[in-house]
Design a protein around this ligand. Structure first.
Ligand SMILES: NC(=O)c1ccc[n+]([C@@H]2O[C@H](COP(=O)([O-])OP(=O)(O)OC[C@H]3O[C@@H](n4cnc5c(N)ncnc54)[C@H](OP(=O)(O)O)[C@@H]3O)[C@@H](O)[C@H]2O)c1
Length: 262
């Protein structure tokens, strides 16, 4: 049984994680940490097996509940302190929070070695999104042209999405021939933005969740690869797999693709 504490346990992703951990016979939810939500009885709210009330002090929760793994779905301002705290206490970490920079990754890697606790960090835990990138890499070798259309809800602050950027750079690394698309514009910006020679179009609209389509073009044919997030449950198989793998994978693992043997 792997004991798990969830930082951000009362947040939108955190609640899904608490329920997924609670349902899995190999995992045990032993604590949840938050800020505004301190005192909320998650067991009652989410119908969990264990008594879980949100607390504020992560370090205390780790020391009292003695988990093997801390999962973090908080925010960019809190995530590094939470990771440092968990690794300092020799607790493995699984992190989905965005905003972790390259210099942070270097620090986390060295902390994992120092403390002999491991980290799995994935900017996207949806297995479908990881497969979309892999399938795009495979297709890139055979089609000379490609464009990416990503669509998200209107609360998303960044554009393009991290997944679209990663898709573009992964395709660019695999392309053998590139036929540049026509770039004539009578309205500035209408052809989208260019990343490594690939056009990305970012749509932001209320009502959308997270969607991405990669359209490849070649003489006489197109091929479209599309992924749609319908609700947050799509991230849970990736999170649960990471919780089970993190005690066995020494150091820092970045990206869910490393766990899927693709
Ligand atoms: N990797 C992926 O696949 C993936 C997928 C979706 C989202 N995300 C990312 O996951 C993160 C969370 O997203 P969300 O939609 O769940 O956000 P959210 O609903 O705002 O939840 C964030 C939670 O973090 C808690 N929090 C803030 N500071 C904290 C701290 N210092 N210690 C412990 N908890 C703290 C907040 O607690 P209170 O409510 O108590 O204030 C809040 O409940 C974001 O960075 C998002 O971009 C990643």
């Amino acid at each position: 049984m792997i004991r798990v504490v969830v930082a951000g346990g009362a947040g939108k992703m955190g609640r899904e994680v608490c329920q997924a951990v609670d349902k899995d016979p190999d995992l045990e939810l032993v604590g949840a940490v938050g800020r505004q939500s301190v005192g909320i009885d998650l067991a009652k709210l989410l119908h969990l097996k264990n008594d879980i009330v949100v607390v504020e002090d992560l370090e205390r929760s780790l020391q009292e509940n003695r988990p093997q793994v801390m999962v973090d779905f908080t925010n960019p301002a809190s995530v590094m302190d939470n990771i440092r705290c968990a690794l300092r206490n020799k607790v493995h970490v699984v992190v989905g929070t965005t905003g972790i920079r390259d210099k942070n990754l270097r620090e986390i890697e060295s902390l994992t070695r120092e403390r002999q606790a491991n980290a799995i960090i994935a900017p996207n835990f949806a297995i479908g999104a990881v497969l979309l990138i892999k399938l795009s890499e495979l297709t890139a070798e055979h089609f000379p042209q490609v464009e990416i259309i990503e669509q998200h809800h209107d609360k998303k602050v960044d554009a393009p999405s991290g997944t679209a950027l990663k898709t573009a750079t992964s395709i660019a690394a695999k392309r053998k021939t590139k036929t540049p698309p026509p770039m004539g514009e009578t309205v500035r910006g209408v052809r989208g933005g260019t990343v490594e020679g690939i056009q990305i179009h970012s749509v932001r609209l209320a009502g959308l969740s997270a969607h991405q389509e990669v359209i490849f073009g070649g003489p006489g044919q197109t091929l479209k690869i599309r992924h749609d997030v319908l609700d947050r449950s799509c991230y849970m198989p990736g999170v649960v797999l990471s919780i089970k793998q993190v005690p066995k994978r020494s150091g820092l693992t970045f990206g869910l693709d490393k766990l899927l043997n693709l």
